[in-house]
Design a protein around this ligand. Structure first.
Ligand code: CP
Length: 320
């Protein structure tokens, strides 16, 4: 097997479309090492001592913002948080000026979430020194979520190539789905999508290794994992589905539907969940659920991303 040395030092993390399979493998291997730090009594290593990270969030977040902050702190970096509601953004300061302001303070990485697609890429054109890490830009991409989903799958299944993964729900508004699709296809995973036709982008019907189904049952049949998406009520236009009750009846993940998948099927959800809408509470907290593990794996993956982009980590050999 061909081997190559991969370094991600200085790489902006914008979307998994910009990752090679070798880079994805490097992140997953590094996250595995990082996860051991989370389980120590003293969760602190000096890998990023002297580095500074700012999280710049224009949209609400619990998991992503907190896990990037935690990841930086476990690695010894200084981490500062800016949220739109408590900064000069409320006085009308532009994104460009906010980025230039934090760059002037000397930050090495800017982790940003924004409602506009392409906001993270825009940031790479504004600042010169800091690495930009996209923590979600509109419906475009959420690369660290895509990577933590792959990491969780790999931990449970031992491999990625050849897995069958169903992604269910609001594909149209989901940056998680887009990052999943890019990452999973690059790692040889077969992706099966199902959701209301109004929430399935038409271009996906022509994509290789993607199978689009009208019925959730057909997507779930014999699946190794089911990734249930949150119905993004805040991004919805009216009329995409008749009612919440109808959605739960036709597309919600319930016990009957779960039984169609493989016995050891892994249930994923990026959170926050609308329990009783896209997923039954019994499944969300049940034996097949890896939803809480995803949260912990999010810290490990974000530790890996910060280390690899800010220091290069240990230059690793990853198989193509
Ligand atoms: N999965 C995810 O992005 O969750 P938060 O919105 O809480 O960060």
């Amino acid at each position: 097997m061909e081997k190559s040395t991969v370094s991600m030092r200085g790489k902006h993390i914008l979307g998994l479309e910009n990752f090679s399979p070798a880079e994805i493998k490097l992140v997953l291997a590094t996250a595995k090492e990082m996860k051991t730090i989370i389980h120590r009594d003293i969760k602190k290593v000096p890998a990023l001592r002297g580095k500074s990270v700012v999280t710049l969030f224009y949209e609400p977040s619990t998991r992503t913002r907190t896990s990037f902050e935690t990841a930086g702190k476990y690695l010894g970096a200084d981490v500062v948080n800016i949220t739109s509601g408590t900064s000069s953004i409320v006085k009308g300061e532009s994104l460009r000026d906010t980025l230039l302001t934090v760059e002037a303070m000397g930050f090495d990485a800017i982790v940003m979430r924004h409602k506009e697609e392409g906001a993270a890429e825009f940031a790479t054109k504004v600042v010169k020194h800091p690495v930009i890490i996209n923590a979600g830009d509109g419906a475009h991409a959420h690369p660290s979520q895509g990577l933590l989903n792959l990491f969780t799958l790999l931990e449970h299944k031992g491999h990625l190539k050849g897995l069958k993964v169903a992604i269910i729900g609001d594909i149209l508004h989901s940056r998680v789905a887009r990052s999943d699709i890019w990452g999973m296809r690059k790692m040889g995973i077969e992706v099966h999508l199902a959701g209301p036709k109004t929430m399935l982008p038409r271009f996906l019907y022509q994509e290789p290794n993607i199978f689009v189904h009208d019925r959730i049952e057909d997507a779930i049949k014999d699946a190794d994992a089911i990734n249930v998406l949150r119905i993004q009520l805040e991004r919805q236009k009216a009329g995409l589905f008749p009612s919440k009750r109808e959605y739960a009846r036709i597309f919600g993940l319930n016990d009957e539907r779960l039984a169609l998948a493989k016995k050891d099927v892994l249930v994923l959800h990026p959170g926050p969940m609308n329990k009783g809408l896209e997923i039954s509470p019994y499944i969300a907290y049940g034996d097949n659920s890896a939803i809480q593990e995803q949260v912990q794996n999010g810290v490990a993956v974000r530790m890996a991303l910060l280390t690899l982009t800010l220091t290069g980590g240990k230059e690793s050999e990853a198989n193509h």
